[in-house]
Design a protein around this ligand. Structure first.
Ligand code: ADP
Ligand code: ZN
Length: 607
């Protein structure tokens, strides 16, 4: 059989159940692999349609499809979405009532359950494995598979147990899927999950719907975050902060300005977190201010922007977090604020973690790569994609760097002065004191310090410029910050690099101050009202959203599990009058057509 014909049933299912015309990107290849009963490792970007890759083979192959997923929120959403589409799906986790549990087991026994979602620790319990092993298993999918790797940022020790699945279910094809895995992480996934023979599918990391930008923070940057959010009214957004206190603080500041904002972090009790999560998912204009405790598996498709109030932890983390915006494929923004002290803080966190030396070196290198991207003068999207190993990447044409290439000044000479000042001061002082030293403004200066050749050597530059330069030196690894309990001391960094700068062999470049200031002042025109469509479509789109919200509330599910914005927009533009025409709209499968078709057609008629 040719691949085209062997995929026909899969394509028919994609249309009938999920309402999509055809496979996208690597989906068809991944699905073909699983249908042939072979293992696979698939790295598809967020929003790339990973779930279909394991859902369709699970439905087509005889037996139960098992999906291992790290987060209950993700499972809840997927199961709700599948049920809406008429698929027999269930999850087993600690929140499930006894009744529901026994019903699920009954369906497994009868062979009428198609998909079972379960956490790694839930699955690997002895009795659970034994019970499942007695049934036919169509496929085992391991979602967020990068969690198995300690090189990554989401390492979860319980993922390591999943290697055993190879022995327990020798006949079932296994599929590892993730949105983030560089070559090293992929190697780890293969080794840990015993997928040595798995074919590898790595999609492009391009996310053309994301408009990226980054700016250096002024101070703590809180006011700037509030300003950015206020510039984007009535839209759903996520603000990531580096600390719980930061999340509380910013949420409070936003509420004070009338924004519907909630904080979300691990310090809040679980019911409060759940209420806030539900509220965020159900509304289309809420802002969640959160630590990284929020997000993995939060699949809200209409998040229009992600703001990093503090720098992310690595490019991997950045891409995953930013990737939560624009999952419906409509334009969205990723705005990162960063600073040298964020970098120092992250470095300290790495140092404090109990990691093997080589792991901690890898983490440090990743941290530096992140700041090279944030502070750099090359297209941000291209920088990220190269980091993930893509070649022949073109500039995106829409990030801040592409739109307004920063002017870079050669500040090598000033860097030499600053580095020798840091050297002479022996790493005993913080930024402020070093700048005072350079500008000759140190209060109550000692005879010794006044006598140093670097004292007052930089009087020609403003204190702000010196501060900026010291930040650049830190980003470049030429200077290093010792956290010193929150009062960071600046010392020399990489010796080889510093010597090269002294010799003039390595140039130090810094964004022209004017460009930094201009970038801050430039008020980016907020993107169209979440969706781009002819104005005539909006009244109907809004009417459909009101209807969707009511139906969602009745069933206690988030609105987008009924229909995505994208689907509603397509309906609003197409104005179908027959069931057949409605079925042609992307995202309207048979199940939803039967359930909601008449309602939708009535609204179209009446609008
Ligand atoms: P992720 O890879 O992030 O898990 P999902 O599986 O949630 O992505 O899919 C992201 C979005 O893309 C969903 O709205 C889904 O309905 C849609 N989608 C998936 N496959 C297709 C397809 N072949 N054609 C059109 N839309 C698709
Ligand atoms: Zn670009």
């Amino acid at each position: 059989m040719t691949q085209a014909s062997s995929l026909d049933p899969a394509r028919a299912l994609l249309r009938r159940v999920f309402g999509h015309d055809d496979f996208r990107g690597l989906q068809s290849q991944v699905i073909a692999e699983a249908l042939a009963g072979r293992n696979a490792l698939a790295v598809l970007p967020t929003g790339g349609g990973k779930s279909v890759c394991y859902q369709i083979p699970s439905l087509l192959r005889p037996g139960l499809g098992i999906v291992v997923s790290p987060l209950i929120a993700l499972m809840t959403d997927q199961v709700a979405g599948l049920r809406q589409a008429g698929v027999s799906a269930a999850r087993l986790d600690s929140n499930i009532s006894l009744d529901e549990r026994s019903d699920t087991w009954r369906r497994i026994g009868e062979g009428t359950l198609d998909l079972l979602y379960i956490s790694p620790e839930g699955l690997m319990q002895g009795p659970m494995l034994e019970r499942l092993a007695a049934h036919d298993i169509a496929l085992i999918a391991i979602d967020e598979a990068h969690c198995v790797s300690q090189w990554g940022h989401d390492f979860r020790p319980e993922y390591r147990m999943l290697g055993r699945l190879a022995e327990v279910f020798p006949g079932a094809p296994r599929m590892a899927v993730t949105a983030t895995a560089d070559a090293r992480t992929r190697a780890d996934i293969r080794a840990e999950l015993r997928l040595a023979d798995a074919a590898e599918f790595v999609a492009s990391f391009a996310r053309p719907e994301l408009q990226l930008s980054a700016e250096r923070k002024q101070g703590k940057g809180r006011d700037r975050v509030v300003e950015l959010v206020l510039q984007r009214p009535n839209r759903s957004g996520v603000v990531y902060t580096g600390s719980r206190a930061g999340a509380d603080e910013i949420a409070e500041a936003l509420r004070a300005r009338g924004v519907a904002a909630d904080a979300y972090h691990a310090g809040l009790d679980r019911t409060l977190r759940e209420t806030r999560l539900t509220r965020f998912l159900e509304d289309d204009d809420r802002v969640m201010v959160a630590t990284i405790a929020f997000g993995m598996g939060v699949d809200k498709p209409d998040v229009r922007y992600v703001i990093h109030a503090d720098s992310p932890a690595s490019i991997d983390a950045y891409w995953q977090e930013v990737g939560r915006a624009g999952r419906d494929g409509l334009p969205a923004e990723g705005i990162a604020l960063y600073s040298a002290s964020d970098m120092a803080f992250a470095a300290r966190r790495i140092a404090e973690r109990d990691l093997a030396p080589e792991v901690s070196q890898v983490q440090m290198r990743r941290l530096r790569q992140l700041y090279a991207m944030l502070e750099g003068a090359t297209c941000r999207a291209a920088a990220v994609r190269r980091y993930f190993g893509e070649t022949e990447v073109e500039a995106c044409g829409q990030c801040d760097v592409c739109l307004d290439p920063p002017q870079l000044d050669d500040v090598t000479e000033a860097a030499q002065k600053a580095l020798s000042a840091i050297h002479r001061l022996g790493g005993r002082f913080g930024r402020g004191r070093i700048v005072d030293h350079l500008t000759g403004k140190t209060r109550d200066v000692s005879e010794h310090e006044r006598g140093l050749s670097t004292f007052g050597i930089g009087a020609g530059w403003s204190a702000t410029s010196w501060r900026d330069l010291i930040d650049v030196l830190v980003f470049d690894g030429l200077a290093a910050e010792d956290p010193n309990d929150g009062k960071p001391l600046v010392g020399l960094g990489d010796g080889e690099g510093v010597r090269a700068v002294y010799r003039g062999e390595r140039r130090v470049l810094m964004r022209a101050r004017t460009a930094v200031a201009a970038a801050r002042e430039r008020t980016r025109s907020p993107r169209g009202n979440a969706v781009e469509a002819p104005a005539e479509a909006y009244p109907l789109f809004d009417a459909l959203r009101v209807w969707r919200k009511a139906r969602a509330a009745e069933q206690a599910v988030p609105p987008y599990v009924i229909f995505h914005d994208r689907t509603l927009l397509e309906i609003a533009m197409a104005r179908p009058v027959t069931v057949e025409a409605l079925g042609q709209c992307g995202g309207v499968g048979q199940g939803k057509l039967a359930r909601y078709g008449q309602d939708v057609l009535r609204i179209v008629r009446e609008a």
